[in-house]
Design a protein around this ligand. Structure first.
Ligand SMILES: [Zn+2]
Length: 131
């Protein structure tokens, strides 16, 4: 079922991608979408104020194990997105997803297979994956 939904989305993206078919267009639109995601988070902080970012160097006690880090590391977000900011962020993330899948299409990469590969890496490497 989930694989069908991902495949259906990938086909829909392929059908929609007529005007920005060049890999250069897709790459630049993907990057623009990424910037808009950052902008949505920044506006939630600076315009709306529903969230705040309070970042500082993590205080990691000596002799902490790698497993301890998960509890010690902070996301630096205070508060929760209001409905309006969540809507904007979801919209921008959706656009980013669209162009990610468009890139997959251009290079004949099946998006669902990509999910499976990444999930396998997570299962195998756990917290050692990416970082
Ligand atoms: Zn807000």
């Amino acid at each position: 079922m989930k694989d069908l939904l991902v495949d259906e989305f990938q086909h829909a993206v392929a059908d929609c991608l007529i005007r920005h078919r060049s890999v250069l267009d897709v790459l630049s639109k993907f990057q623009e979408a990424n910037a808009r995601v950052h902008r949505a988070v920044a506006k939630a902080v600076t315009s709306c104020g529903c969230i705040r970012i309070h970042a500082q160097r993590p205080q990691i006690p000596a002799h902490s194990t790698l497993r301890d880090l998960k509890a010690l590391m902070d996301d630096h977000i205070e508060g929760e997105l209001c409905e309006s900011c969540r809507e904007v962020l979801e919209e921008e993330l959706g656009t980013q997803l669209f162009y990610l899948v468009a890139l997959c299409n251009l290079f004949d990469i099946n998006t669902f297979d990509l999910f499976i590969k990444e999930n396998r890496k997570l299962s195998t490497l756990g917290m050692y994956h990416i970082s």
